[in-house]
Design a protein around this ligand. Structure first.
Ligand code: 5AD
Ligand code: FES
Length: 345
């Protein structure tokens, strides 16, 4: 059967993926996948959980993704940008707390020109040469990515969101395309970034087939990181009344991803923790091995409002870090302050 095949070959064709997804909600199948996922994560990463300090440095965005609370047309979003000094302060604070990876995430904000970004990257890497720097600032040209890489950025997160063309178009305005998104991911890979792709679970219009396409595309891209979390409606989007994605399906998919990509860096996401108070712990138990506590200034946390009821918006960085350390320990793992690079084999 398809689960045996997955466990044996770490591969899934489109039709096998569709077949596998029919087991969502099947307790026996889920348990088997979870056990295999844990075995594999132990093999490559022991009981370590890596931590990334997330710095949400701008919520301005020139894009208009239909699901996202900070998209351009949400005129009620209160916008902010951090200065280079403020970003470095977040890093200082994070370094003290033991973080050795910083993630600069933001909307696609034209204020941060290539020159400005290069300056920020060089400053961070100059001050913290022992830390990895991850960028998550959307679609750029090959030349821009090349400059970021040259300036010292190590990793790049850019979720593909969905690998189905029609589904992609139903989630994004005409100015955006799946082809462009994929091109960016391949450009990033060829420049030597550790690359993260991923998608929302339960986004409006998602089906078993579109999810199977996600699994097929991910096998083709073979990224070092994969970010998935449930879709959560934002009240000021056209999807305000759509149901949120399922925690159960997210957990199922985490295990499947761990088995398909045994060495992948796989976060238990904030969105998962938002829908279920123990969502991140459950994610770790299904093969996730990364958590991303928030290092952004508390005064701006609520403004980085991608979806409703986002957690960790009131806490100081130290509280967030302490909270996650306890959560990780309660799930039977150990939070470590290392760069946590991809385990090359
Ligand atoms: N619900 C869940 N995740 C969302 N993202 C954006 N909007 C939402 C939402 N409403 C995710 C996207 C994006 C990442 C930064 O946040 O997948 O890539
Ligand atoms: Fe941020 Fe718990 S992880 S408060």
């Amino acid at each position: 059967m398809v689960i045996d095949k997955l466990i044996q070959f770490h591969r899934l064709s489109f039709s096998e993926a569709v077949e596998l997804l029919a087991y969502t909600g099947d307790a026996e199948a889920t348990e088997r996948l979870g056990a295999e996922a844990l075995k594999l994560r132990r093999m490559y990463y022991g009981d370590k959980v890596y931590t990334r300090g997330l710095i949400e440095f701008t919520n301005y965005c020139k894009n208009n993704c239909y699901y996202c609370g900070i998209r351009r047309d949400n005129k009620n979003a209160v916008r902010y940008r951090l200065t280079a000094e403020e970003i470095l302060d977040c890093c200082d604070n994070g370094y003290e707390l033991g973080f050795r990876t910083f993630v600069l995430q933001g909307g696609e904000d034209p204020y941060y020109t290539d020159d400005r970004m290069v300056e920020i990257i060089e400053k961070i890497k100059g001050r913290y040469p022992d830390c990895a720097l991850t960028l998550s600032i959307g679609e750029k040209s090959y030349e821009t990515y090349r400059r970021f890489r040259e300036a010292g950025a190590d990793r790049y997160l850019l979720r593909h969101e969905t690998a189905d063309d029609a589904h992609y178009r139903s989630l994004h305005p005409e100015t955006m395309s799946l082809a462009a998104r994929k091109q960016c991911l391949y450009d990033l890979k060829s420049l030597g970034f550790q690359v993260g792709a991923g998608f929302m679970v339960g986004s409006p219009g998602q089906t078993r087939e579109t999810l199977a396409e996600d699994l097929v595309f991910l096998q083709e891209l073979n990224p070092q990181m994969i970010g998935i979390g449930p879709f959560i409606p934002h009240h000021e989007t056209r999807f305000a009344d759509q149901p949120a994605g399922s925690v159960e399906l997210t957990l199922f998919l985490l295990a499947v991803l761990r088995i398909l990509f045994p060495r992948v860096l796989l976060p238990a996401t904030t969105a998962l923790g938002t829908l279920d108070p123990r969502g991140r712990e459950k994610g770790l138990a299904m093969g996730a091995n990364v958590v991303m506590p928030n290092l952004s200034p508390v005064k701006n946390r609520k403004q980085y409002d991608l979806y409703d009821n986002k957690i960790c918006t009131g806490e100081e960085a130290a509280e967030c870090r302490g909270c996650l350390e306890r959560r990780v320990a309660s799930a039977g793992f150990q939070l470590v302050g290392e760069r946590g690079d991809y385990a090359e084999g």
